[in-house]
Design a protein around this ligand. Structure first.
Ligand code: HEC
Length: 155
């Protein structure tokens, strides 16, 4: 009985540790972490360009491209929280990530989820071939970028 209780407490502590941020232990480690998360966001960006152009009517809506890019955005968003897990805020590195990311991990994760859900919505619209839904669904994806940047990214 006692043993059970101890293991329950231990697993609660583990869970808490997962939510709170882990601090980078050296400038080198912080720099790599920033480069990796920026690379991830560059991939996000590369999949958003065509979608933005379609929403504006600059290029025609293309179901296949929408499905491909939305699927990639979904996958990339699922990596995002992990790539932001390391708190790099105590090192003077090149980054636009605001320190409050690591003081508000749960809220940051909610912003990540908004991108995941918007990407899934767009993917499912494309899989159904529901063209009337494309523009609004792309709009939701773009809104999720801005939502997080407004709170957690420096200008
Ligand atoms: C959950 C928060 C969040 C979401 C959602 C998000 N971003 Fe960002 N983004 C950031 C943060 C924080 C940075 C700064 C990272 C750094 O400099 O270390 C950033 C940086 C970037 C960068 C610059 C990367 C570099 O090379 O420095 C681009 C481009 C970018 N985001 C595009 C997007 C696009 C497009 C979307 C939506 C599809 C998006 N982001 C969604 C938080 C987010």
């Amino acid at each position: 009985m006692k043993k059970l209780l101890i293991s329950a407490v231990a697993s609660t502590m583990l869970l808490t540790a997962g939510v709170s941020a882990q601090e980078a232990s050296s400038e080198k480690q912080a720099k790599s972490a920033a480069q990796f998360r920026q690379a991830l966001l560059q991939l996000v960006r590369s999949n958003v360009g065509a979608l933005g152009a379609m929403a504006k009517g600059a290029i025609p809506m293309d179901t296949q491209t929408i499905e491909t890019n939305a699927t990639r955005l979904e996958q990339l968003s699922l990596m995002m929280d992990d790539y932001f897990a390391l708190d790099t805020s105590s090192f003077d590195i090149e980054t636009e990530a605001l320190p409050k990311i690591w003081q508000n991990r749960a809220d940051f994760a909610t912003n990540v989820d908004a991108l995941t859900e918007a990407s899934q919505g767009l993917k499912s619209a494309a899989m159904k071939g529901d063209e009337s839904a494309y523009k609004a669904a792309i709009g939701s994806v773009l809104k999720s970028c801005k939502g997080c940047h407004d709170s957690y990214k420096a200008e």
